[in-house]
Design a protein around this ligand. Sequence first.
Ligand code: HEM
Length: 406
Amino acid sequence: MTELSRRKMLISGGALGALGALSMATPAHARPLLEWTWAPSGSIAGSGAGADPRWVWDEEADQLLASLLDRGAVPEVNRLLWNWTRNDQPLPDGLPADLRDFMERARQLPSWADPAKLEVAATFNKSRGIYLNLCNGVGGGMLATAIPNEARSVYYSKGGADMEDRVAKTSIFGFAVGALDAYRPGGSVVVECVKTRLVHAAVRHLLQQSPHWGGDIPISQEDMLVTWHTLPTFAMRKLLEWRVPMKPAETEAYLHVWQVTAHLLGIRDEYIPATWDAANAQSDQILPRNMGPTPEGVELTDILLSQLAEQTSPASISRPLCNALARYLVGDQVADWDGIKREPVWDPLIKAVWPKLVRFREGLIPLPLVPETAWVIDEAVRQYILFFLTKGQETKIEIPTINRPE
Ligand code: HEM
């Protein structure tokens, strides 16, 4: 496909755009698994063994966390890490030596990290915050529940029993990545990435002991890539679809900040896409085969949307508006998998009004052309972002020691 026709497709395609062009109509479990053909030459490493990422995890972290859990060391580690919050902060005294050694290495930025690009990305994240938070928060959340591996592991892990706390913890991460000082010394994204990497390694060990699990080892490199694409790749596609003006240096920097983040989360460089073209190709290969409906995903979606609808006071957002916003973002296929109700009033309204709101924000159309109802939607989005900002202040990311309590 030429670059021009790809762009056109991305801009004109509804829902997931090219994410779904291939085989999204058939749920993941009903499709034969395609071979992994994405070439490591398209990765940030530029080369690699080309191993199928379904069967690769995070070996060093996984062994370490299994050992820490078996030794009963995790509660004390959590206590020590509670006040470890800044990128430039030394690790606290008293950590087990093997963990300290791992974390000292895991917190290093990769040699290919470009501070200048990270600065451009920070400014871009700030100026485009409203769109990015919406895509990564509501969009990413609704896509995650339509990824069976992710929905099931979230549901059966400890946090599945308290989705409010889980959302709060995830929002800490989201806002750390989007912050102006994200990768500066006073920022916190390095800390949150390393903590998350430890959490994921613990989940790999714990979930296999859950009577509900029964699958392969969770959170493979492929699973992480899938989730990664529901964040920057999805958001970039949406911004292009909405024709948000962006400079090439900004889109490149936005990719870069997420490349560095992927590395710090334990995704191998040989799988991290080097360019947007490589990212789109990888996304098109792995998303369709990893998406579909599950009862767990439907239940999680309902919890997430009702939380959003109930708690965004004072200008409380109605559940129908939340449903419609979610459907608009992820498209009918994913919304149906997630069991999101159709909203005869709001669904068509959001479709018609959102692009106008974007154009107004970007100074491309004058106020009289924005319909009155647009401001209800605008306020809903603002409230939503505020809700997540506040949630994130209430908690910290901690390593679980148990699965979801029965
Ligand atoms: C925990 C982010 C991929 C499953 C977390 C946390 C963050 C996070 C910030 C800590 C919050 C918490 O403990 O609740 C990410 C990012 C990913 C990613 C940015 C990829 C780019 C995945 C994937 C899966 C997954 C692919 C499963 C297939 C989980 C689970 C927890 C967790 C089960 C632990 C929840 C608990 O303690 O009960 N993740 N994640 N994550 N993540 Fe991920």
